[in-house]
Design a protein around this ligand. Structure first.
Ligand code: ATP
Length: 367
């Protein structure tokens, strides 16, 4: 299965530059998710790879081949669209068969491939139906089947689940990931749904305004966001942040909150960059890292007493939304304990000092 590289990619629409000097590469068998808000350039990048749009600069490699200016049909990739793009007058079989004979694939071979894909996707009983006789989820399976029968090493998905209801989305997400585990092909998948990104990807590229904000494994993106944009975009609820100023206290650095008086000891923090004394920083921490009881190891946590704004329970999880130093923050609590927290005016929470993220306030970069 081929690797993919985008080298110094530029794309303009008239005077508007939507991608400027983008570099990104993945290995064979990777499942790359392009993740970002609406309009950030995900689909544009996917379409450049597919050959549906032409680059204005740079090069695109699939394996060793420079495919930058090749016709879409010569790039050796299959694509699944958000709209499914099935031919309404053709049967499921006809849709899956389309384009195989023009590639010189014999009728017998085509039939074999269709039978293989139909079995894999459990749509064997639907082969003689037309798209109008299928549910949304079944249509999506057919669209995936049509991509699979091409048996290319690279498969592109453009928000393939966004037209499905929540239950079907979850089911199809698992199906697509199982298929990838089975076929081990190289996948590029566009979505703005972070659950899809976190659960399916081997690598995620978080994009904003045509620029890759961070490229890494789902764990790296979640646990060590490279900047405030990623910290805010990935994770639900978004990462909590407090506005602080860096000060020296004895031999170590502390972050002093701007609104409250708390000093957050930064002695446990693994610095990537350098904090300047007097520098404005944002100290971030996830809702699930905050504790409602003190941890045993002395000095490992710092206590805040926070007024409760709002309480929300959703199945096994519950979130308390509190005010900490004038900022709204979320704390995850066990849904089974919901009654312990409901109706409380104030809640003590403990911030573990080894679970912090520190960002430079002016640039947003992780320090
Ligand atoms: P979404 O999640 O909403 O699909 P996206 O991240 O896929 O968004 P793109 O569709 O790649 O974003 O669009 C990136 C930017 O390029 C947007 O500002 C969009 O308005 C612009 N754009 C996309 N296609 C064209 C076009 N054909 N002509 C002019 N501008 C375009």
């Amino acid at each position: 299965m081929p690797s993919i590289a985008f080298n110094n990619i530029v794309k303009k629409f008239g005077a508007l530059t939507v991608i400027e000097n983008l570099n990104l590469s993945i290995g064979d068998g990777d499942f790359l998710v392009l993740l970002g808000p609406s309009g950030c350039g995900k689909t544009t990048l996917l379409n450049l790879l597919a050959g549906l749009l032409e680059i204005d600069g740079g090069e695109i490699l699939i394996g060793e081949r420079d495919v930058s200016y090749l016709d879409p049909k010569d790039r050796g990739l299959a694509m699944v669209f958000q709209s499914y793009a099935l031919y309404p007058t053709k049967t499921v079989r006809g849709n899956m068969n389309f384009g195989l004979s023009s590639r010189g694939i014999t009728k017998a071979e085509a039939e074999q491939r269709i039978a293989w894909a139909a079995k894999l996707l459990q749509i064997e009983h639907l082969l003689d139906r037309k798209p109008s006789q299928l549910s949304g989820g079944q249509r999506q399976r057919v669209a995936i089947g049509r991509a699979l029968v091409k048996q290319y090493g690279v498969c592109l998905f453009d928000e393939p689940l966004s037209n499905l209801d929540a239950k079907l989305r979850n089911e199809m997400r698992i199906e697509i990931k199982k298929l990838h585990n089975q076929l081990n092909n190289t996948v590029v998948y566009v979505t703005h749904d972070q659950i899809e990104a976190m659960t399916m990807a081997t690598k995620i590229a978080v994009m904003n305004k045509g620029v890759i904000q961070q490229f890494g494994t789902p764990d790296e993106i979640y646990n060590e966001p490279a900047n405030l944009f990623v910290a805010d975009f990935v994770g639900s609820p978004a990462m909590n942040v407090l506005d602080c100023t860096v000060r020296r206290n004895g031999s170590g650095l502390v972050a002093v909150e701007d609104k409250g008086s708390a000093e957050i000891n930064l002695g446990h923090y693994k610095w990537k960059g350098q904090a300047a004394e007097g520098g404005a920083v944002k100290v971030g921490f996830r809702a699930e890292e905050l504790l409602t009881e003190e941890r045993g190891d002395a000095g490992a946590t710092i206590r805040f007493d926070c007024p409760v704004e709002y309480f929300e329970k959703s199945g096994a999880d519950a979130f308390a939304f509190l005010t900490m130093s004038g900022k709204s923050i979320a704390v995850r609590v066990d849904g089974r304990d919901a009654n312990r927290y409901r109706g409380r005016q104030s809640l003590p929470v403990y911030l573990p000092l080894d679970k912090l993220n520190v960002f430079d306030a002016p640039t947003g970069r992780r320090l």
